[in-house]
Design a protein around this ligand. Structure first.
Ligand SMILES: [Zn+2]
Length: 139
């Protein structure tokens, strides 16, 4: 199988591809470490101008659930399961890389700031929901 072109990967991240191509690339990411690395590199560059919608995240989580059914957890190799989680947690990784978590921790440690940055809290909340979903898949 040939690897994903960088231009395609960029379009994948910004969801400029049709559903078929999105799926092809997504499936390739599950299986190809090299393209996964490139994918993360692009994600980092994307920073907080996130075009990874909740919709995408949900789709990936759904996909991970399908590929990792609770009744048959050994269907996938551990490596693939990890890859699924990494993709599903892509948003979380981006947030961590861009230091949002750090900001959030600093804010919560300083009660005098009156919980001002609600956007950060919302992001944190969504990320926690995602992590909970991932944990549920794991159980
Ligand atoms: Zn590849």
């Amino acid at each position: 199988m040939s690897h994903i072109k960088e231009s395609c990967l960029r379009k994948f991240i910004s969801r400029d591809l049709d559903a078929d191509h999105q799926e092809i690339i997504e499936n390739h990411l599950y299986e190809c470490e090299g393209c996964m690395d490139t994918y993360f590199a692009f994600l980092e560059n994307h920073s907080l101008s996130i075009t990874l919608s909740d919709d995408f995240t949900n789709q990936v989580v759904e996909k991970a659930e399908k590929q990792h059914p609770k009744s048959n957890p050994r269907q996938l190799s551990p490596k693939k399961v990890i890859a699924n989680y990494i993709i599903a947690a892509g948003l979380t990784v981006v947030l961590m890389l861009t230091g949002v978590f750090q900001v959030f921790i600093e804010v919560t440690n300083d009660q005098q700031l009156e919980g001002r940055p609600s956007i950060t809290e919302q992001l944190m909340h969504q990320t926690n929901q995602l992590l909970d979903q991932i944990k549920e898949v794991d159980n």
